[in-house]
Ligand binder design. Sequence first.
Ligand code: MN
Length: 204
Amino acid sequence: MAFELPALPYAFDALEPNIDARTMEIHHGKHHAAYTNNLNAALAGTENEGKAIEDILANISTLSPAIRNNGGGYYNHNLFWTIMSPDGSPTPAEGTAIHAAITADLGGFDNFKKEFSAAGATRFGSGWAWLSVGADGKLFVSSSPNQDNPLMDVAEKKGTPILGMDVWEHAYYLNYQNRRPDYIEAFFNVINWEEVNKRYLAAK
Ligand code: MN
């Protein structure tokens, strides 16, 4: 079974004005589609064809750069579309498990936002900022280069990502040009905390 490009769960313009429609259209229809197609091509006829993407990523150090780059790109964008929503909000609702965990594990929301924003802003070149659940059940913030992620055995900090922010220029350049910090601030307006909370509960 080849991997398939998932449909975007909202219209291209649904995240305006925080993320513009043209960026979403190219990001999903060209970039994510290419990662998906290139991953399938790299896996075709190998022993890893048909395996779950999480299992492939967990052994990525033994696999080709094409599988690492495109497997990461496939997984990361699948996550990315779901953790944003036109009904998003800058902060998680009080009383939710993720709100309590950010307070307990990361010193509160303001501290988390500062740490997560810095992880994205200081990632040199292309990459991602992550909020993940570690093996100890606690939340941690990290960033990774290129299309790497915390599920990979090569990751500096390993865990289950529950929120990811794409800081590749293709994610923001049409609207924000070199102003990555402005994109990061806007990203917080569209975070789907309900989905992040669901993923947090599943990962724990
Ligand atoms: Mn991207």
